[in-house]
Design a protein around this ligand. Structure first.
Ligand SMILES: *Cc1c(COP(=O)(O)O)cnc(C)c1O
Length: 390
């Protein structure tokens, strides 16, 4: 809409802050004459592996491909079941279905919007091969408990980190109710998302916390054998040119995107810190409003989205009123994955995901958002709630 003064996201301001470095990077690639994979991509992969503290990072075409290739690396396909959350972007379940496996949904925790680990075990069958948690909106899923379950039932874990680049698992062991083993808690403390499971799948879609200027994705793993298969799958299943050994994909990252992402990686921690500061401001300003439930605020959360719950059936009216005031918001997600037309009739309803789909509203949160804009969002929200009451 033209009259939106505070958009949900504006990527132009960030570009202006790094314009010189980006143009140098682009120029370097154009002059190199190498545009797919190559040294630029290898350098970026190494930088991400260092950042995450993993042995291997394999850059691919998108976050969706990162999920699909991760599932293929584990040999998951027809007849297999993969446990995941109903409350996510469709790429999560789509990847599972795409490889021929069956998504098995487990409802979320109302406070964190992440998969409820307490409900996982009851969904495990003889066909279950993996758990695929999503670190939704940048908030790490309960990995301690998930990894304990995976170990006990001999399952693999793929982390969907599309929204959580830079997030860390910070379980407060003295107060947390997660019930994972002491050694595991100690071991995971402070670990980046994507470094805890067997594989971590990242997206560099432009709107993500670490966004390219086009599509991009990456697989992180400690396992050299899985890394080798991922590398093979991204180039048509070949290890040697024209000697293809399996059905793979054309899923390579562009050198241009890698060069751009390499620049942006230097800023990701400071950008994530700004997101956290904005979230903190919202928490303070909005905490006294009774019709709202504010998001979980954990130490390692990187606030890809700042998502509130609006009670009493007012969400849509509040969103319309904010829009009239020039404030952009989004509903992530209006329909749980399990209820999408593509799966119609196959799944039971998930009560918490259903309620969230009716109540959630994501407010503008991006590193360059000004103090004045944040204040306007809070004032606008108060006005919108009053308007929605009459
Ligand atoms: C964005 C996203 C994806 C897919 O990433 P693409 O790069 O767009 O393919 C997967 N899962 C989640 C949770 C996402 O938000």
């Amino acid at each position: 809409m033209d009259d939106i003064q505070i958009p949900i996201l504006d990527l132009r301001l960030q570009y202006q802050t790094i314009q010189t470095e980006i143009q140098e990077a682009i120029d370097r690639v154009l002059n190199s004459g190498r545009f797919i994979l190559g040294e630029e991509v290898a350098n970026f992969e190494q930088a991400v592996a260092n950042y995450l503290g993993v042995q291997h990072a394999i850059a691919v075409n998108s976050g969706t491909d990162a999920l699909i290739i991760s599932l293929r690396c584990l040999g998951i396909g027809k007849g297999d079941e993969v446990i995941t959350t109903p409350f996510s972007f469709f790429a999560t379940a789509e990847a599972i279905s795409r490889v021929g496996a069956m998504p098995i949904f487990v409802d979320v925790e109302p406070e964190t919007f992440n998969i409820d680990a307490q409900k996982i075990v009851e969904k495990i069958t003889s066909r279950t091969r993996a758990i695929l948690p999503v670190h939704l909106f940048g908030n790490p899923a309960p990995m301690g408990q998930i990894l304990d379950i995976a170990r006990a039932y001999n399952l693999k874990v793929i982390e969907d980190c599309a929204q959580s680049f830079g997030a860390t698992y910070e379980s407060d062991c003295s107060t947390c109710q997660q019930g994972c083993s002491e050694t595991r808690r100690w071991h995971l403390q402070g670990k980046p998302t994507g470094s805890m499971g067997d594989l971590g799948a990242f997206s560099f879609f432009p709107t993500k916390n670490l966004g390219a200027y086009g599509d991009g994705g990456l697989i992180a793993t400690h396992d050299s054998e899985l890394a080798a298969v991922a590398k093979q799958l991204r180039v048509h299943g070949e290890t040697k040119k024209y000697h293809n050994e399996m059905l793979g994909y054309n899923s390579r990252l562009d050198a241009l995107q890698a060069a751009i992402l390499r620049v942006k990686l230097n800023y990701i921690d400071q950008w994530n810190e700004k997101r956290r500061n904005i979230a903190q401001f919202y928490q303070q300003q909005l905490q006294t409003i009774e019709e709202l439930i504010l998001p979980d605020f954990t130490k390692g959360h990187v606030f890809h989205q700042y998502t509130i719950r609006i009670l009493e059936g007012k969400r849509d009216r509040v969103q319309a009123s904010l829009s009239d005031q020039g404030i952009g918001t989004m509903v992530y997600y209006p329909v749980p994955q399990s209820e999408l037309p593509v799966y119609q009739g196959q799944y039971e309803t998930f009560p918490i995901s259903n309620v969230l789909a009716q109540q959630v509203l994501s407010l503008p949160i991006w590193p360059e958002l000004s103090q004045q804009a944040m204040e306007k969002v809070c004032d606008g929200l108060a006005t919108a709630l009053k308007e929605a009451s009459v």
